[in-house]
Write a protein that binds this ligand. Sequence first.
Ligand SMILES: [Zn+2]
Length: 368
Amino acid sequence: MKFTIQMAIEDEYGETKIEEIISLNKLIDNPSDIGLSIKESKSVLKSLQKIIVCQQAESYIKTHVACPCCQKKRRVKGHRTIQYRTLFGIIPIPSLRVYSCNCEEVSTQTVDILTDWLPDHNSPELQYIETKWASLMSYGLTADILKDVLPVGEALNAATVRNHLHTVAERQEKELEEKPEYLTGCPYEWGELPKPGKPMVVGIDGGYVRNWHEKNTNFEIIAGKSYSKEVAAKHFGFVQKIDKHPRKRLMNVLSKQGMQANQQITFLSDGAENLRNLQLNMYPESLHVLDWFHVTMRLTVLNQFATGLVKSDPEIGAQVKDYLQSAKWYLWHGNVERSLDKIENCSDLCDDNELHVSLRRDSSTLFF
Ligand SMILES: [Zn+2]
């Protein structure tokens, strides 16, 4: 059985021409001949892309060969081919170089007509997919998988993906520098904003990672997630020591999710000073909460201490355990004051100096 895929191209005058994309011979009895193979699908995509892009370029050149100021036809200097890299193949596009007209305000003698049309020779979608995938897996794997499923070109390798990712990252950094670090406007203007969406929650935590180059040193990575019932969650991360604009980065993530100045926001963290500083005064309607995971982690440590105490002094140990249990219960129900009282009771009970200091230290990191 023979299949032929053709493409009909209709120009602005309604004239149609047919281009052949691919011709396939498929045997009915051969199981591997059922449907399109990956190789054929790549070939179809590449041919389609080539025809579409080249037709568009041709049409662009036709309408832009004249001087943009006086509409006089510009003299042709020569031809050249641009390699346009897309997800569906590297497309050679014939371009035209013309002498610039006397009335044009350009610094060069000649102009390439397609320069304005294609300032970047890598398509935005290709850069988007490369960057997105390379942020989730290695550069090499990204190149291999892309080549497996799409006609991106055999030349694609880890170094190309890495270079593209860095270009995108540098552009994003530049864009971030122009963004505000604090909310713009004033409380009066915030009050005039439209009704805000559902409250947002931002969870932030820090973790230490070993430095690859100096194995005996660590650096801290701050990572987090922001979400609400109405918008999809967004993740963010940065290295505070290196990042020049951590607050801008966070503000940018939130504003991309449609966060408004008059919207309620809850920050969850372990209360570490650097995280608190990041959140402080960020939004007028913000609330800072120690997240329960970190609270219980501290309480568990205190409980272990109390279990040890039971062995040496059963009576005091049992009482400390009771107080800790109450402290946890009050905390869970939002009664910080009563909870602090209970912790204070624990401290009072342990009048042994060493015991006292240890409990104090643990409880003061819990409530600050
Ligand atoms: Zn002119």
